[in-house]
Design a protein around this ligand. Structure first.
Ligand SMILES: [Zn+2]
Length: 134
């Protein structure tokens, strides 16, 4: 099922995140990966992303990651199985724009201060997990 069209202002607001995501997508393509646009979101996988993404996590080994309107993944299977989860992060980036990394880090810090896990108990991750499980 296709997602509703995204608003042009959502692209502009999230563009400070999307631009570095596009650089990584281009680097993935240049190193043997693939890049497609699906429902208004750039999806990239393979190439340098396969060894790079698992190293970017703190306490977790990510297989996919949303960076603005770009979703990066280690391979096609990772893209497919994380699509609903990562689309929630794209929507979060549309709401928070350039503030999203700060808000995400703040949510991790809040979880730590509650004595919880900074990834699994991060409010943004909980929202994405709830959507992908629902
Ligand atoms: Zn997530």
């Amino acid at each position: 099922m296709a997602e509703p069209a995204r608003h042009p202002l959502a692209y502009a607001w999230a563009s400070p995140l999307t631009l570095p995501g596009l650089v990584l997508a281009g680097a993935a393509r240049a190193t043997g990966g693939a890049v497609v646009v699906r429902d208004g979101v750039v999806e990239a996988h393979g190439g340098l992303l396969a060894p790079l993404l698992p190293r970017l996590g703190v306490g977790v080994r990510p297989i996919a990651m949303a960076v603005g309107h770009v979703v990066l993944a280690v391979d096609q299977g990772a893209l497919d199985c994380t699509r609903r989860h990562e689309r929630v992060h794209v929507e979060q980036a549309e709401r928070w724009g350039p503030l999203f990394p700060l808000a995400y880090a703040g949510a991790s810090l809040a979880a730590l201060l509650r004595g919880q896990d900074p990834y699994h108990d991060n409010a943004f991750e909980r929202e994405a997990c709830a959507a992908s499980e629902g």
